[in-house]
Design a protein around this ligand. Structure first.
Ligand code: HEC
Length: 87
């Protein structure tokens, strides 16, 4: 019997572990399911970080839960988005 669900969960757990050292790589992928990498291009990383924090509020209406992001992850995502995904 195949158990695809279990395999998927293990895969996700592994991805989460691998993502520990590189928060931007793991977390930003979640964002890019709905956002384009250059959605926030040209804006200041600090401004984007504040937008992310605002969107993490339960009543912000953001379709995905951003409240689990750490301060560091928010900073990394904001820095990444400020550059429009270009290094
Ligand atoms: C399920 C789809 C989806 C995912 C996943 C998602 N977003 Fe969003 N996000 C949206 C939509 C739709 C809006 C616009 C909501 C609105 O206008 O109220 C939005 C709005 C925002 C805004 C506010 C933009 C502004 O100008 O006010 C920020 C910041 C943001 N998202 C950041 C993120 C980050 C960071 C992630 C990843 C951790 C993420 N989003 C993941 C759909 C998503």
């Amino acid at each position: 019997m195949n158990k695809p669900t279990r395999g998927t969960l293990l895969g996700l757990a592994a991805a989460a572990l691998l993502g520990l050292g590189a928060a931007d790589a793991g977390k930003i992928d979640e964002c890019l399911e709905c956002h384009f990498e250059d959605d926030f291009k040209g804006e200041l990383a600090g401004d984007i970080a504040q937008l992310i924090k605002d969107s993490a509020d339960a009543d912000s209406g953001h379709p995905s839960d951003l409240s689990g992001l750490t301060e560091e992850e928010i900073a990394e995502i904001a820095a990444h988005l400020a550059k429009g995904g270009e290094e």
